[in-house]
Design a protein around this ligand. Structure first.
Ligand code: KIV
Length: 274
């Protein structure tokens, strides 16, 4: 199967091919997703909540993102690898933010970065695009700043906020982003944005009319148990499977059933001079 490129993602929309994206933060998971013929592996800053155990994504550092993006890189050969720019990457100058974006490409081997919408983001996105770095935008519910923007509920539920989101998504296209994630929008608003934009929309909690879909893999696999957003479909329930396996191991070790003959190299003492 051909390598997925930024251009292929752009063209998927023209061909009406749905785009698939999931998150990964390490090599084995990224490899499994890549082998499932996924289009895009996103090293999301959801890392902070589902893997690092933070309450929110806000404390995730650039170093943490790069560390995990490098690991995911080792597992991905076909899918497009996108690195999510954490909130901290936007805390100083635009030049510094562009340097952070470049680190995802040059140090971690990502092929694009994702940028969540936030006030005054346009100049930053424009500078990253001008630096030759492909940008996936993210509008709607943007978890990095959700606490200051009315919490974690749906966005675009009234005329003024729907119009604002339409303007934001359009601006992201005009600034040169190659795709845009739409998080937690009513399906008809996501449909209208998808209709108006030439770049693909990738929805999460935004209905079926988007050009593609994304979920957090730990949600899809039932590995993140702290809460489950309504839009998450669990394709597996792995947490109980892991608990059962670990408990069986504990029982076997405590009772002396493991390691057994099959998992032991048995030799006579004299064979090794004892
Ligand atoms: O961080 C993340 O995983 C994301 C996706 C949910 C789009 O931003």
């Amino acid at each position: 199967m051909a390598k997925v490129t930024v251009d292929a993602i752009r063209q998927a929309k023209a061909k009406a091919e749905k785009i698939t994206m999931l998150t990964a933060y390490d090599c084995p998971m990224a490899k499994l997703l890549d082998e499932a013929a996924l289009d895009i592996v996103l090293v999301g800053d959801s890392l902070g909540m589902v893997v690092l155990g933070y309450e929110t994504t806000a404390p995730v550092t650039m170093e943490e993102m790069l560390h995990h993006a490098k690991a995911a890189r080792r597992g991905v050969s076909r899918a497009l690898l996108v690195g999510d720019m954490p909130l901290m990457a936007f805390e100083s100058s635009i030049e510094q933010t562009v340097r952070h974006a470049r680190r995802f490409i040059e140090e971690a081997g990502c092929e694009a970065v994702k940028v969540e919408w936030k006030p005054d983001i346009e100049r930053v996105v424009s500078a990253i695009v001008k630096a030759g770095i492909p940008v996936m935008a993210h509008v709607g519910l943007t978890p990095q700043t959700a606490a200051n923007e009315g919490g974690f509920g749906m966005r675009g539920k009234d005329a003024s906020s729907a119009a604002r989101l339409l303007t934001q998504a359009t601006a992201m296209e005009e600034l040169g982003c190659f795709s845009v994630v739409l998080e937690c929008l009513p399906d008809v608003l996501a449909q209208e944005i998808t209709r108006r934009l030439r770049i693909p929309t990738i929805g999460i909690g935004s209905g079926v009319f988007c050009d593609g879909q994304v979920l957090v893999t730990y949600d899809l696999l039932g590995l993140f148990e702290r809460f489950k957003p309504r839009f998450v479909k669990r394709y597996a329930e792995l947490a109980p499977v892991i608990r059962q396996a670990a408990a069986a191991y504990v029982r076997d070790v405590k009772s002396g059933r493991f390691p057994d003959k099959e998992h032991t190299v048995s030799m006579k003492p004299e064979e090794i001079g004892l």
